[in-house]
Design a protein around this ligand. Structure first.
Ligand code: DGL
Length: 283
């Protein structure tokens, strides 16, 4: 079988890249739902429907495991699909199938704790020492998933989310570097004004943003650690595959790149990130 990697667009390539580093022989099929990107400002029900359709396409392509390389889909659709759709779908297909997201590994990396760990609440006043900024789509920010899940585990970490409404679209459309820089600078300034200071660490909580991580690094104080979501996700998938031998990741190093949008080469930001041209086939 192959592992499916799904995103609304090119952002999930950042996770795909880390997966190739971690699992070089695995067969990977990437699907970008560019006909419907961006997802970040869409109503939740649409995000659930589009994510289900993307997973179905990848399962039909022979994938047994699909990675939602998208924070918005992971935050809004994953639990719903796992609870209400996947059990019945598995039965109709008669094989082991699963969908994994990228938020759990990111929270594990940000807290330094396994997902199962939930801190005992003692009711004491806790000094928030560590201020964590999360840059994300409006959908992910509205879900408050990072605030809720990190707060359950680490009362010494204060999470502040900054929704960046147009940023994924700009990256997807290949906006000029100067426009991207102005947008990133604006979001970093807005977040720091809200907090009253710059964050100590940050999560680029939309996979598209990793493509322009350099602009975030330049806008934040020098040396601000960025939690590396793609690396944390790839490591978690590696561990999942070790625990679940029923999912065979394949061994021929297959790389297929599919889009529901316009087939062909991707924009210059993607080429720079990828280190060369990358062309998608239509589905
Ligand atoms: N790359 C996605 C994410 O991580 C989605 C961006 C979008 O489509 O708005 O949230």
């Amino acid at each position: 079988m192959a592992i499916g990697v799904f995103d609304s667009g090119v952002g999930g390539l950042t996770v795909h890249r880390a997966m190739v580093d971690r699992l070089p022989t695995a067969d990977l099929i990437y699907l970008a739902d560019q006909a419907n990107a961006p997802y970040g400002g869409r109503p939740g029900e649409q995000i659930v429907d589009l994510t289900r359709a993307g997973c179905e396409r990848l399962f039909d392509q022979g994938c047994d495991l699909v990675i939602l390389a998208c924070n918005t889909a992971s935050a809004i659709a994953l639990r719903r699909l796992q609870q209400t759709w996947l059990p019945g779908y598995r039965k109709t297909k008669g094989r082991a199938l699963n969908i994994l997201g990228i938020i759990v590994p990111t929270i594990e990396a940000a807290t330094g704790l396994p997902w199962e760990h939930e801190a005992e609440r003692r009711g004491d006043k806790v000094e928030h020492l560590d201020v964590l900024g999360v840059f994300s789509t409006p959908g992910t920010a509205a879900s408050r998933v990072y605030e809720i899940e990190i707060d359950k585990r680490r009362q010494d970490v204060a999470v502040f989310s900054e929704p960046c409404p147009n940023l994924a679209r700009m990256i997807e459309e290949g906006a000029p570097e100067a426009d991207l820089k102005a947008a990133v600078d604006g979001h970093v300034t807005a977040l720091s004004k809200r907090i009253g200071r710059m964050p100590d660490r940050a999560i680029l909580g939309c996979t598209h943003y990793e493509i322009i991580a350099g602009l975030f690094r330049a806008a934040l104080p020098p040396g601000t650690p960025l939690i590396h979501q793609p690396g944390a996700t790839a490591d978690a998938i590696g561990r999942y595959l070790e625990r679940h031998p029923e999912y065979d990741p394949g061994a021929s190093g297959l790389r297929r790149f599919l889009t529901t949008g316009k087939p062909g080469p991707q924009n210059g930001h993607v080429t720079t990130f990828w280190g060369g041209p990358l062309s998608f086939d239509g589905v």
